[in-house]
Structure formats: C-alpha cells, structure tokens
Design a protein around this ligand. Structure first.
Ligand code: NAP
Length: 310
C-alpha cells in the first residue's frame, strides 16, 4: 500500500501521541516522524525511548517539513498548540487531531489554521494511563476512529486521512462533529462522570471505611475505579468542551435513575428485571461486534468465576 503521508509531525507525546508515533513506526515504516511536547521532561523521555525520529525543541521546528500534523494535546490546549506552529506549517500539510470532543476542537483549529485543510478525528481507543511511556503501537487496531470532516472538505485530502487511520489498524467512520459529541457524551463522557462520582462518593462515606471499600471492590466498584483513574486534565477539558451534549445526556440519565429509584422504593421487581434484561442485551451486542472480551470478568484469568460480584 502507498503510504498516505511521508513526513508526519506529532504534537503532544503522551499516551495518544506516543501510540500514534509507535503505530506509524510499526505500520508505515517509511514515514519520517517528528515530535514536540510542551513538557521538557516528556521531550527528554521521548528522545530516550526513540518515540519519534526527531524530537524538536519547538513546535515550529517539529512541523516545518510535515505533510501531516497530528495534534495529540488535551482538548483545551488544541487552539494554543496550533497557533504556536501556524507560521511554520507548510501550506499543503493536512491537519488532524485525536481530541475526545470534536465541535469545539474543530472551531479552535479552523481559527488557528484558517488556510490549511483541517480534518478533526477521534480514535475511540485509550487507557487510564498517560505520558510518553503509556502508549503502544496496537492501540488503534480494530478500534473505531471517528473522522469529522468539515463541510466542503477536499475529498482527496479526506481519503488520504482515512487511509492513514486505516493503515494504523483503525476502522474509520465519518460523521459531523456535533453528532460525534452527542454519541460520545453517552458512550464515554457520561460513563466517566458516573465513575468519578461513584468513586468520590465511596471514598467520602463515613459509615464504611476506605479499607472496606478497597477490600470488597470486586463487587463492581473496582471496574469504576479504572475509569475514575483517568487523566484529570484530559477529562476536565472534555467536560468543559462538550458541555451541552453532556448536560443533555446527564438530564436523561438523572430521569432514568429516578425511575429505577422509584421501582426499588415501591418493590417493583418487574420494572427492575425488564430494565436489567434490556441492558444485558447491549453488553452482548458489544461483544458480538468484537469491541470487548467475552470471558467472565473481562478475562481476568485469576478471578474468572471465582470472584463473582456481590
Ligand atoms: P497525555 O498522556 O497527558 O499527553 C498529552 C501531552 O500533551 C502532555 O505531555 C502535555 O504536557 C502535552 N501538551 C499540553 N499542551 C501542549 C501544547 N500546547 N503543546 C505541546 N504539548 C502539549 O494525554 P493523552 O491521554 O495522550 O490525551 C491527548 C489527547 O487525546 C486529548 O485531547 C484526549 O482527549 C485525546 N484522547 C485520549 C484518550 C485516552 O484514553 N487517554 C483516548 C482518545 C483520545 P503537560 O502534561 O505538560 O500539559
């Protein structure tokens, strides 16, 4: 396959930037990569582990010869990161990003780089880790990457960008940025908010000690703690940038929660049973689409079967 790009600049060398860089090295070995991170310690570490071919000391130096720019900084930093390199980015370079919300990032990038082709994207793949050591080359393999092309985008540029994400192993779907933000509000942003809330609530309880919460966490709590360990900067920015869609989904969630609360109070087992039957089917659908492990307890081999949730 012809490589869609040959000189790729990655700005932000944390989990996502590091994974993009590693995936390029593994899947597009002829492409030359440059990188920059605002944090000098991250730059030093990226150099030490050879994350990209060249780690530059400024964002401008990193992008000077690029034909593709991939911005991998927190959503709230996208505009500033793009502005810092605007004067050095070659005119024909295509710009994309990996931010978890899209409408606000699309606006910020279009404003910072008005003369470039900007095609925002969001690989729906990640972990609760951050930093340059956290990434891995297979992060995008068989995961969805949602590309949100602006209206009237050059079809050839879009095809090249889609080819890039597919080369890294992703399955690509295109949609508009606003739709992306509503879909992700319910599939990712709201679950994170719920996890952050539950873990905070459990740690604030007076009647149950912290050591009991940790000891008996296999009852369900520990699966929330993984999500609630996600990067605070990243998630602060996601909620602030996708505020409206998150608030809309939160309103729906609160209404549904109140319904379940009512059913519990009234002893209405039928409502609870019907609801749980419906949600179980969703889990089966996710497994059928190859988006998670079908084994009990997510395939934690030492616990499977033996450690049933209470
Ligand atoms: P990360 O591991 O914290 O890496 C982000 C890096 O960008 C940090 O080293 C940060 O430095 C640096 N940075 C911040 N502002 C910068 C700037 N203006 N110029 C250059 N570098 C800058 O975060 P991540 O998890 O890779 O997330 C990066 C992006 O990926 C976010 O937009 C996030 O929404 C998106 N995303 C994340 C996941 C996930 O699961 N983590 C999944 C999909 C998409 P400082 O620490 O000094 O600020």
């Amino acid at each position: 396959m012809t490589a869609p790009f040959s000189r790729i600049a990655v700005i932000g060398l944390g989990l996502l930037g590091g994974s993009v860089a590693r995936a390029i090295a593994a899947c597009l070995p002829d492409a030359v990569t440059t990188g920059f991170d605002a944090d000098p310690q991250v730059r030093a570490r990226a150099r030490a582990i050879g994350l990209v071919d060249t780690v530059a000391e400024t964002a401008g130096d990193a992008v000077r010869a690029a034909d593709l720019l991939v911005l991998c900084v927190p959503v709230g930093a996208m505009g500033a990161a793009a502005t810092a390199l605007a004067g050095d980015l070659p005119a024909g370079a295509i710009v994309t990003d990996v931010g978890s919300s899209k409408a606000s990032v699309a606006r910020a990038l279009a404003e910072a780089l008005p003369d470039h082709v900007v095609i925002p994207a969001h690989p729906v793949a990640g972990t609760e880790q951050s930093g340059p050591d956290a990434g891995f080359a297979t992060l995008f393999r068989n995961r969805w990457c949602i590309v949100t092309p602006p209206e009237g985008v050059d079809p050839a540029a879009l095809a090249r960008l889609v080819g890039f994400w597919e080369a890294l192993g992703a399955r690509v779907e295109t949609m508009d940025a606003e739709h992306h933000d509503r879909v992700l509000a319910v599939t990712s942003h709201l679950p994170h908010l719920i996890a952050y809330t539950i873990v905070g609530t459990a740690s604030d309880l007076e009647q149950v000690t912290q050591s009991e919460v940790i000891k008996f966490s296999a009852g369900g709590f520990r699966d929330f703690t993984r999500i609630a360990a996600s990067d605070p900067t990243m998630w602060r920015d996601v909620f602030l940038s996708n505020r409206e869609a998150v608030l809309e989904m939160l309103q729906r969630f609160t209404e549904d929660l109140t319904e379940l609360q009512k059913a519990i109070r009234k002893g209405d087992g039928e409502t609870l049973f019907d609801h749980f039957t419906r949600t179980r089917a969703i889990r089966r659908g996710i497994i059928a689409m190859g988006q998670d492990d079908a084994r009990p307890d997510f395939g934690r081999s030492d616990h499977a079967g033996a450690d049933k949730p209470a």
